[in-house]
Write a protein that binds this ligand. Structure first.
Ligand SMILES: NC(=O)C1=CN([C@@H]2O[C@H](COP(=O)(O)OP(=O)(O)OC[C@H]3O[C@@H](n4cnc5c(N)ncnc54)[C@H](OP(=O)(O)O)[C@@H]3O)[C@@H](O)[C@H]2O)C=CC1
Ligand SMILES: O=C(O)C1=N[C@H](C(=O)O)C[C@H](O)C1
Length: 240
């Protein structure tokens, strides 16, 4: 396949390496300083675009793909308030848009375990839920997209928590789920769910040892999505 990389930073470069090792051709490696290269690209020379850029750039990149009729796989986090507009545009253009806050298969198993545990804890009183995420210091957004997905998994299965919030300092909120974001190098991505009571604590965690799982997951999705249409997610891609 001809793969266009929108964003050629830590993730874009690793995705490029793995894609080439799987026999794909890189149609372009776009960063902020070579966007004029996009003028030469369209659906006749790009099969699929993979977008890992930054929160301020994601929407423009995704819209460019939808306008050109190029299927787009996006992993950029921190722009999701505009996702409804992108979903509407995907339908209007009969395009292909895939978003995941985390492409690692292990994290997607962890999402399911989190939902199951949240259901059990909804039946159990006396525990206080919280999320902690730890990432490298170059990360631009907080909380992480993965922490937000985990929070949604808890809120959808819990009748007493109304919303999540980013906990900074001592500002705890009643009946809301706190997320603590820590920035420590070189952490590629750690997420911890805690239920704490006076009697005992329950904790589940996922720790990425590198960016390999995120990058390989995005390529597997790009290979799968080529001939599909609509707004798609990891729940469509994975069979569990
Ligand atoms: N969903 C998932 O599984 C994962 C998601 N992510 C997310 O992916 C994103 C990228 O992460 P990472 O690679 O670590 O970040 P980096 O900062 O290493 O890379 C981002 C790249 O995007 C480029 N960029 C900035 N503006 C534009 C633009 N307008 N068009 C094209 N490229 C642009 C930057 O270029 P320049 O350097 O020139 O500014 C930079 O090279 C983040 O939002 C992160 O949270 C990360 C890992 C996994
Ligand atoms: O910025 C990162 O590095 C990561 N971002 C994603 C997120 O915000 O959840 C996924 C992964 O944790 C790495």
């Amino acid at each position: 396949m001809n793969i266009l990389l929108l964003g050629y930073g830590k993730m874009g470069q690793l995705i490029g390496e793995i894609a080439e090792s799987r026999g794909h051709n890189l149609a372009g490696k776009i960063n902020i300083d070579n966007r004029e290269d996009l003028d030469q690209l369209n659906s006749s020379n790009v099969d699929v675009a993979i977008e890992f850029s930054q929160p301020e750039a994601a929407v423009e990149n995704i819209k460019w793909c939808l306008e050109k009729g190029i299927p787009i796989v996006s992993g950029t986090t921190g722009w999701l308030s505009q996702k409804p507009d992108i979903e509407a545009m995907t339908k209007e253009k009969n395009g292909t848009f895939f978003y995941a806050s985390n492409f690692s298969i292990g994290v997607n198993v962890f999402f399911k375990v989190n939902e199951f545990l949240a259901k059990l804890m909804n039946e159990t009183s006396g525990y206080k839920a919280s999320i902690e995420e730890i990432h490298h210091t170059a990360k631009k957004d907080a909380p992480s997209g993965t922490a937000i997905t985990l929070a949604e998994g808890i809120l959808n299965n819990n009748s007493s928590l109304k919303d999540w919030y980013l906990l900074e300092g001592n500002g705890e909120k009643e009946n809301e789920l706190p997320i603590v974001s820590k920035r420590i190098d070189p952490a590629p991505g750690t997420h911890i769910i805690r239920y704490q009571s006076e009697i005992d604590d329950i904790e589940i965690s996922h720790t990425a040892h590198s960016r390999q799982g995120f990058a390989l997951g995005a390529i597997l999705v790009a290979e799968w999505i080529k001939d599909k249409k609509g707004v798609l997610s990891m729940n469509d891609f994975l069979s569990f």
